[in-house]
Design a protein around this ligand. Sequence first.
Ligand SMILES: Cc1cc2nc3c(=O)[nH]c(=O)nc-3n(C[C@H](O)[C@H](O)[C@H](O)COP(=O)(O)OP(=O)(O)OC[C@H]3O[C@@H](n4cnc5c(N)ncnc54)[C@H](O)[C@@H]3O)c2cc1C
Length: 293
Amino acid sequence: MDFLQPTTWAEALEAKAAHPDAVAVAGGTDVMVGINFGHLRPSLLMDLTRVEDLQEWSIEDGAVRLGAGVSYARVIAELGTQLPGLAMASRTIGSPQIRNRGTVGGNLATASPAGDAHPALLAADAQVEVASVRGSRRIPVPDFYTGVKRNAMDADELITAVLVVPPSGPQQYSKIGTRNAMVISVAAFGLALHPDRRAVGTGIGSAAPTPRRAPAAEQFLADELTGTGLWESRAELPAATAGRFGELVADAASPIDDVRGSARYRLHALSVMACRALTWAWADYRTDTGKEV
Ligand SMILES: Cc1cc2nc3c(=O)[nH]c(=O)nc-3n(C[C@H](O)[C@H](O)[C@H](O)COP(=O)(O)OP(=O)(O)OC[C@H]3O[C@@H](n4cnc5c(N)ncnc54)[C@H](O)[C@@H]3O)c2cc1C
C-alpha cells in the first residue's frame, strides 16, 4: 500500500486528480476500521491531516465555513453557539477518542444513513463544498447523499468544507441507540427552527437508504406557526401540533428491519423523537425573547 501526504490543498487536489483511486484519510475512524476488517484494501492512501486549510473554521458571508478536517471535539468546544444542532449531534458520537479524531468531512464522505452529522446538517440547510483541479462547487446537503454510503462527489473531488448559516432559532438533536455511548443510532432526528424566514428544517437518520428531510412535516409546522401567529406570540405550542409533526416526520421515513431495530420500532421512535425535539425547541424559543424575528 502506498501512502501520500500532501501538505497543501493544491497538492492534495493534484494527487487526487492523478490518482482518483487514492483513499483519503482524515481521522481514520472509518477508513482504518475498513482496513482492519479487510473490507477496504486501497492501493494508495492519502493522509489529509497536514493540509492546514481543512483543519480550520471561519465565518464567511455570515455562514460558518467548517473545514472538512475539523474534529467533533472542536465542533463541541468551539462551535456550540454557532452550530448548536451539529454540536449536539457531535456529543453523541463514539467516545472521546473517536470525537478527537473523527471529522464531519469523513462522516459526509462515508455517507452512512446512520451518520450522526447528517440530520443536523440537513435541518440547518448546510452546503457541502467539494473541489478538484477543475474547480470547486457547492452541493446542498440533501443532494449530497445519493444512496447507501454513496455521495455526489466525482472520483477526482475532495470535500473542502461544510457551510452552515448560524441559526436564528433553536436547534435540537435526538438519537436512539442501545446505550448512550459508542453506539450506531437505531434512529436519529435533527430539528432547526428558522424564525427569521418562518421556516422549519428537519433531518432523519438511520431510517431510510440515505439521510433525508421530512418536507411535509416542515411545511405543516411552518404553516401552523405562521397561521396561528405563534412565531410572534411565542405562546404555548398545542400538543396536537407537536403530535402531528411527529407523525409526519415518521411518514417521511422508509426504514428497514435490521440487527439494530425493526422498521416498526424506528417509525415509532422517530415520531416520539420529533415530537419531543419540537417540544424542547419550542420551550427554548419561548424563553429566548431577546431575539427579534
Ligand atoms: C468506535 C467507533 C464509534 C463510532 N461512533 C460513531 C457514531 O456514534 N456516530 C457516527 O456518525 N459515526 C461513528 N463512527 C464512525 C466515524 O467515526 C465517523 O463516520 C467519522 O465522522 C469519520 O470521520 P474520519 O475523519 O475519521 O473519517 P476517515 O475514516 O478518515 O474517512 C472516512 C471517509 O471519508 C473520506 N474522506 C475523509 N476526508 C475527506 C475529504 N476531505 N474529502 C473527501 N473524502 C474524505 C475517506 O476517504 C473515507 O472514505 C464511529 C467509528 C468508530 C470506530
